[in-house]
Write a protein that binds this ligand. Sequence first.
Ligand code: PLP
Length: 441
Amino acid sequence: MKRRRKRPPKLSGMRPESLMMSYGYRPEDSEGAVKPPVFQTSTFVFRSAEEGKEFFAWAYGLEKRDPEKPMGLIYSRLNNPDLEILEDRLNLWDGAEESAVFGSGMAAISTSLLALVPLGSSVVFSRPVYGGTDYLMEHILPSFGIPTREFPAGGEAALVDKLCRTLAKDGTPCALIFLETPANPTIKLTDIEGCARVAHDHGALCAVDNTFLGPLYQSPFDHGADLVLYSATKYLGGHCDLLAGAALGSSELIEKIKALRTILGTMLDPHSAWLMLRSLETAKLRMTCARKNAERIAAWLLKQPQVSRVHFAGFPEGESQKEIYARQCTGPGGIIAFELVGAGEKEAFRFLNSVRLIKLAVSLGGTESLIEHPASMTHADVPEDEQLAIGITPALVRLSVGIEHPDDIIRDLAFALDQIDAEPGDEVEPELAIPGGGDTA
Ligand SMILES: *Cc1c(COP(=O)(O)O)cnc(C)c1O
């Protein structure tokens, strides 16, 4: 494959979903193949020793590359065509200058923070955050000499400003404010614009984990964020068949992140990158379907006598959450957390053990609906008093709505809700047993 031109001019100005089948790849460079091949190779042949020398000089920053000259392929830890095409296509969704793809969401988050937060500075983050991120903030960064401070998801920007002032006074100025919005599993929204302003006032960066709503329903760059992070394992990958992550931002930031990615070896592999290219073609279709299904299911859940609370981005609670939703989100996404009336772990488990179509599994954003119990699964390592303080009760379950027919998902939920109070030995509606497996009871 010859080196690709960055922006095929005929296609510029079109929408991302129109470009996912062509952008950044020319079939004539690969035997006319309509799809990019999997470049399953660790290394690349140089045409001459001089060329190899030049590529290395650019890669290691020994010489500045003429922007008109394309960077050459060297070795798949540094670059690979599948990764580059994927990065070019990811840029389109969020309007980023550049992006870097990783072997997982955690690889993207940890590599980015280590690259951008220098020793002697600190990090402020919204809480709750994804469990792996929480561990990074609570244990790994402090063990590297980087203090971290949290604020509650949905908290006012003024509170974040106060934390930054204190950190500056302590001699460890904040270098990065990290937001996860909506928060998992409480679906609390945090004001990106307000936090980005505070970050910039303090000379810090604002990074947003956009896994839950992005790229379709939340565009953090439009609200002042400097860095957008993804677990591409979720909606971007979308089929629960791979792990991947991404960091998007200005060329300046992404180049720093890529330099560390090369050394840590946290990049994505060519085959997963190729699978991601396939996934991106249907990202809008899948996310739209999951969102529509979720809107219908959330409205249905509100009416069920066995359900006491429904947390859904489309149902923001209180004036400030409503205002943030209206300004920041263009749709509610596909994640619903809900509480079962009077339930402890036992009743919640009976409900979870009764789903047939929906799969009892952690993770989210796939074509299949998944359900889990945050208190005992994804958030099990949060101490119980802290769980309760942020709304993770034993009665809470989290549903990632898939692309099945919404009425079938509702039927499955209705059946499982009825099992909460069923007497042991009660007859199970036989037609709900799914042929060929899916029986989780
Ligand atoms: C899953 C997830 C992560 C971690 O991603 P992996 O791909 O599992 O490493 C980070 N943030 C959020 C919001 C997630 O849901």
